[in-house]
Design a protein around this ligand. Structure first.
Ligand code: ASP
Length: 334
């Protein structure tokens, strides 16, 4: 029988309706989950560990690093890892793990639920059963399993706060689908690097902000970031990465930030498609000002990658170049 490690980190799945803060004590979580879903014992021998019990919106880079470290310590002992996690910010953790766990030799599957496991209408049971099942199937990358779909973690987005089908991966096909039978899809595997040996690499610089361009106020908001000590700015701009060109004031604001040594990256407010700064005058102006485009990465994947590259490479020019190259299957590169 396969052996799995289940790491609990928090979220709705483990919530208790009548508990004062709606969260169980840390030591009670793992036994409660296994008691609620006894059929997990038919899928694998599951060892559980509660690392923390936080709402995913409270997750920080130090939580990501703690999860990666624990996986690094235990990966040789098991066939796969399942992480129970709050749904809201799950994709940020999935992205961070995908960058830190290099040449991952086993599956790492994140899951959670839209309603607590104790709720009769909970989606938690099916998600846990499915996540444990796919974690035994040798898809050796960081993924998110939810409502029958397996998505590459760093390609996924939480696209619904209502639907049980909460995740999508807009620019990448699902890795697999679990219905009455299991359907793996032929996804491009995450490339192995160097000697192919597994290692945990890490370090994030959290001096990064992300902001949306809205009509009229782009330049004044960007100007306010001058002298802030930030290292990276992710701008969600329009379409294929366009900024306003009239009077070039947004371009000037980007140049000023780049002159201070910040890495300015351009993502898009569109969910589908890619950023191509060469396509329109607005994109070309952003590139001329020193910004770098994020291709078909999700904003979440690009932002966490920016934090990771600033934390590991540091030097702005190296970060700019590395942002445009794939690290863990998060970016289509032609
Ligand atoms: N606020 C919760 C969280 O992300 C929502 C959930 O788990 O579904 O931790």
């Amino acid at each position: 029988m396969a052996r799995l490690l289940m790491l609990h980190t928090g979220g709705t799945l483990g919530m208790q309706p009548r508990h004062p803060d709606r969260a169980l004590a840390l030591q009670d979580i793992s036994p409660a989950v296994l008691a609620q879903v006894p059929e997990l014992a038919h899928i694998a021998e599951i060892e559980t560990e509660a690392l923390f019990n936080v709402d995913s919106t409270d997750m920080t880079p130090s939580h990501w690093e703690a999860i990666a470290k624990r996986i690094g310590e235990r990966i040789d002992d098991v066939d796969g890892v399942v992480i129970t996690h709050g749904t809201d910010a799950m994709v940020y953790t999935a992205c961070a793990l995908s960058y830190m766990l290099r040449n991952l030799p086993k599956p790492v599957v994140l899951t959670g639920s839209q309603r607590p496991l104790v709720d009769p209408r909970s989606d938690g049971r099916a998600n846990l059963v499915g996540a444990c099942d796919v974690a035994t199937r040798g898809i050796n990358e960081v993924s998110i399993y939810f409502n029958g779909m397996l998505h590459r973690g760093n390609r996924a987005k939480k696209s619904s706060s209502f639907d049980y089908s909460a995740y999508s991966s807009p620019n990448f096909p699902p890795l697999a689908q679990m219905g009455a039978s299991f359907h793996p899809r032929a996804a491009v595997p995450v490339p192995r690097e160097g000697d192919g040996a597994f290692r945990v690499e890490g370090g994030f610089d959290d001096r990064v902000v992300s902001l949306n361009l809205i009509p009229k106020n782009g330049a004044p908001v960007l100007d306010r970031l001058r002298g802030s000590g930030l290292k990276g700015v992710m701008i969600e701009s329009y379409g294929m990465g366009n900024i306003p060109t009239r009077e070039e004031i947004v371009g000037d604001a980007i140049s000023a930030l780049c002159d201070e040594g910040m890495v300015v990256a351009i993502a898009s407010q569109c969910t589908h498609g890619e950023v191509d700064l060469s396509r329109y005058p607005g994109g070309r102006l952003a590139a001329k000002a020193g910004a770098v485009g994020t291709g078909d990465m999700t904003t979440e994947a690009a932002t966490v990658k920016l934090m990771y590259l600033l934390g590991t490479l540091g030097e702005p020019e190296r970060v700019r170049v590395a942002l445009g190259r794939p690290l863990a299957g998060e970016l289509t590169f032609e």
